[in-house]
Design a protein around this ligand. Structure first.
Ligand code: SF4
Length: 235
């Protein structure tokens, strides 16, 4: 994908959703951190159901520590892997109180020292809570970046570095959410919805998987089809 195509891709995502945001419900960086830790291998919907009950009762590190293991477990036991997540959240709360005055530090090194917080979660926090143009790579973004041909890689760090190079700077702040939502709702793992995809004509995977007779002339055919406007700003 060349630079013009990359700009066109993100211009279309932007036109459809100018201010994308995480679907994890939160009102403070700390609530987002708890929600992100809970969301590993779980759905945002399931996490939101749990945190809608948890956060009105406990929304600071001290309050969650006061709940203790049993008290916190009661709120999150519907979420997969909850025992390890409860342990990590409590240990993270203790560190936030001891070292950071109960606040979430806006700093990668400090974030990655918190139990349950790896590079991806630190990137999510820096992007969604602190407005930094980072690129968390989850399973959706890994798949979408490789399929589109935006950034190829065999591990998340390769794809992260490739995306940081490939995404035009003016789109970098929101690129993570655009790609994630595209992967979650359109370019799904088992059955990508290519016919409804707003960036299909830019996609390497789509081009590779079209029948041979239609693969290469796609853009020309779209441009010349009677009554069909050239794709701009989504379709
Ligand atoms: S054309 Fe298909 S494979 Fe390519 S990004 Fe769109 S949905 Fe995914």
């Amino acid at each position: 994908m060349n630079e013009r195509q990359r700009r066109e891709l993100f211009e279309r995502f932007k036109a459809r959703n100018p201010r994308p945001a995480t679907e994890l419900e939160h009102s403070t960086p700390f609530e987002l951190l708890v929600a992100v830790i809970l969301s590993a291998q779980a759905t945002d919907k399931g996490v939101n159901i749990a945190t809608r009950k948890l956060f009105p009762v406990a929304h600071t590190p001290a309050q969650i520590l006061a709940l203790g293991c049993e008290g916190l477990t009661a709120y999150v036991r519907t979420i997969g892997l909850y025992p390890a997540k409860v342990k990590n959240i409590l240990a993270t709360c203790a560190l936030l109180v001891e070292r950071h005055g109960g606040e979430v530090p806006p700093d990668r090194d400090a974030l990655e020292k918190l139990p349950g917080v790896g590079r991806k979660t630190a990137n999510v926090m820096l992007n969604s809570a602190f407005g930094e143009p980072t690129m968390p790579v989850d399973t959706h973004i890994f798949r979408v970046a490789n399929r589109l041909g935006l950034a190829h890689g065999t591990n998340p760090r390769q794809v992260e570095d490739g995306l940081l190079r490939a995404v035009p700077p003016e789109y970098l702040l929101h690129a993570h959410h655009w790609l994630l939502l595209h992967g979650r709702y359109t370019c799904t793992a088992r059955k990508p919805n290519c016919p409804a995809c707003p960036v299909a004509d830019l996609c390497e995977y789509r081009a590779r998987n079209l029948p041979a007779a239609t693969a290469l002339p796609l853009a020309r055919k779209q441009a010349s089809a009677p009554g069909r406007p050239r794709a701009r700003g989504g379709r």
